[in-house]
Design a protein around this ligand. Sequence first.
Ligand code: OAD
Length: 252
Amino acid sequence: MDEKALRQAAGFLKDAGAVLVFAGAGLSAESGVPTFRDAGGLWEGHRVEDVATPEGFQRDPILVWRFYAERQVALQKVKPNPGHFALARMEHAFPSFLVATQNIDNLSEQAGQTKLVKIHGDLMTIWCTRCSYEGVLENPINPAVLTTRENLPRCPACQVLARPAVVWFGEYLPPNTIEVAQEFAFQADCLLMVGTSGAVSGGYGLADIVKGRGGKVIEINPSETYLTGQADIALRGPSSICLPSLLEISGR
Ligand code: OAD
């Protein structure tokens, strides 16, 4: 990591009152959760259309449920990394703070993050396909039991098929998520874009909002991304190293 860039970025945070974080799969990469678009990504062996669209679910709900159940099981074996813990500490270091994450794992919560909006849903939650029921699973679903449509998870309220509470391609984001982050951006002095390619959303316009009010944008990512052009400064390294260093050097 470039020391000069690190000091400059820390300078942006030194006097910041409100800090917004926009996080993606790279934040959890070092915990062992595969990212979407790097080699060995989450959809390897599966077509996106089959496992991450409403049409795919309609066509073959058993395949889709097994796919997410396998990920629920895998999630039980991973732990938050120093990047998650640094973000959780930042919550107490700034008067106003929010993480908007695209990650559907629960590693931020496990690290103690409470000021968090999950804009792409949650792997351990289910939604009803008919009513507005939303429920948190206590344990992962065993993929081996998902052999017939009758065995798939059901809504406890109306007994119809339930689905993973994960946003698929072509779907709206859950209410009270991105709009909360965008509203926060209007008062943010600094935006950290951490471990996201920006490939899907283009960052939901968060950088433009923050810069529009004179705030600073810091990208944390080992590689260039679609969002790099929107950043005032880029820290090229893993988030597990960059985030703790940034917090420490900022003196917050
Ligand atoms: P991507 O897989 O598109 O991007 C992951 C980013 O993490 C890349 O830019 C990597 O360079 C970076 N990265 C890898 N290792 C890292 C590390 N150790 N530290 C920091 N960064 C690292 O994942 P997202 O940007 O999160 O949406 O993808 C956004 C959305 O695309 C996902 O939420 C998902 C998918 O469509 C839905 O499912 C709705």
